[in-house]
Design a protein around this ligand. Structure first.
Ligand SMILES: Cc1cc2nc3c(=O)[nH]c(=O)nc-3n(C[C@H](O)[C@H](O)[C@H](O)COP(=O)(O)O)c2cc1C
Length: 363
């Protein structure tokens, strides 16, 4: 069995001190112009100090018009560099592998946050989104690559491309959303072209020891599991990325598609030959026992979302107590405040069903 406290080496960038990654977590704490706030700095550096081997920022938009949330961290302009550099310095000093998640919300950009229709691979009536021209897709790629370069300049150890959850990169991959007839639409090769171009582009402009991860979610938003497996096979065959972050929402679930129910969703990926590409998964890895189960299932690392919100020092807690379980839900605002969440993040977590106790029923 993989020891959760053993280091993890990557093809590029510093080793992770252990097998725990803090998931990218939107927290709505940045300033309105996307610059880093004290609350966001505090929330993330506390996780690094709490022993996570890798810490990712929330989804950070690479283009002003690609914003997905109010109070989202921005990486679309050099004006974000000061805050990002300060964050990278502090994360690195705490000994974690520091990562920025690069994001564009595509058709999911809320219209009230931009004075224009959201951008999308194809026109989308439901979201009032407009298709990008071929030239605009090239500019979009430039913005992702410029953002990666900015993360490199700020001193982060690496970036992760957000190709999950129905945001712009998965909108390109989705045959349900992408109806383009240029080189970015049609065949799977064309629909995934932007992802592979970005991988090549980021590698070309960033320093040699800069890590590069990709997050994918193989279901929902029109994703076809068979196609996602093909994409992952290609990522593993290329050996260009350092790690794949699978966002499954439940790491141990069965696939939705009947044709693939011979094994768990995760096993469809752990069973592929992955060479030196590291594999992690997020989704209901909540207790110390879940972490061990995830690693036993063949993952190289475990990605923690809500348990990392509940306990800034989950890895340290698990080291001290191999049967560690997080605080029972709902938790009080005071608990989350003590764990380093600012008021905006606590308000956001109140919108997640059953997470934060409403006044009166605080435990
Ligand atoms: C509050 C919150 C914010 C999230 N923000 C992001 C995000 O910015 N980017 C992303 O890829 N996933 C995001 N996710 C998904 C998490 O990264 C993770 O995959 C998910 O929470 C499942 O892990 P868990 O069961 O350990 O919470 C978010 C989840 C939560 C609960």
């Amino acid at each position: 069995m993989t020891d959760p406290f053993s280091p993890l080496s990557l093809q590029h960038g510093p080793n992770w001190s252990n097998r725990f990654m803090l998931a990218p977590l939107t927290n709505l704490q940045s300033h309105a112009d996307g610059t880093l706030s004290e609350d966001e700095f505090h929330w993330l550096t506390k996780r690094a100090e709490g022993g996570f081997g890798a810490v990712s920022t929330c989804a950070s938009h690479v283009r002003e018009r690609g914003i997905g949330f109010p109070g989202q961290l921005g990486i679309w302009s050099d004006k974000h560099l000061d805050g990002l550099s300060r964050l990278a310095d502090a994360l690195n000093a705490a000994g974690t592998h520091s990562i920025v998640q690069l994001h564009h919300a595509g058709m999911r950009t809320p219209q009230d946050l931009i004075d224009a229709p959201p951008e999308c691979p194809s026109d989308n009536e439901k979201h009032g989104a407009k298709a990008l021209t071929t030239d605009e897709v090239e500019r979009l790629k430039d913005d992702f690559i410029a953002a990666a370069k900015r993360a490199d300049k700020a001193g982060f150890d690496g970036v992760e491309l957000h190709g999950a959850h129905g945001y712009i990169l998965s909108q390109f991959i989705s045959p349900k959303i992408n109806h383009r007839d240029d080189q970015y639409g049609g065949s799977l090769e064309n629909r995934s072209r932007i992802l592979f171009d970005l991988i090549e582009g980021v590698r070309a402009v960033c320093r040699a020891d800069f890590s590069l991860g990709v997050r994918l979610s193989p279901e929902r938003f029109g994703m076809q599991l068979g196609e996602m497996i093909e994409i992952v096979q290609r990522l593993f065959a290329d050996q260009t990325i350092d790690y794949l972050d699978l966002s499954l929402w439940d790491t141990f679930k069965m696939p939705q598609e009947e044709a693939f129910q011979d094994k768990s969703l995760l096993e469809h990926f752990t069973s592929l030959e992955r060479g030196a590409v590291r594999l992690g998964s997020a989704g209901q890895i909540s207790t110390a026992a879940d972490v061990r189960r995830a690693l036993d299932a063949g993952l190289d690392f475990a990605i923690l979302g809500r348990s990392g919100i509940l306990h800034h020092d989950f890895p340290e807690k698990m080291r001290a107590n191999p049967s560690f379980e997080p605080a029972a839900l709902p938790v009080s605002r005071a608990h989350l405040q003590a764990e380093g969440l600012g008021p905006a993040f606590i308000d956001y977590m109140s919108s997640w069903d059953g997470f934060v106790a409403s006044d009166g029923d605080a435990p």
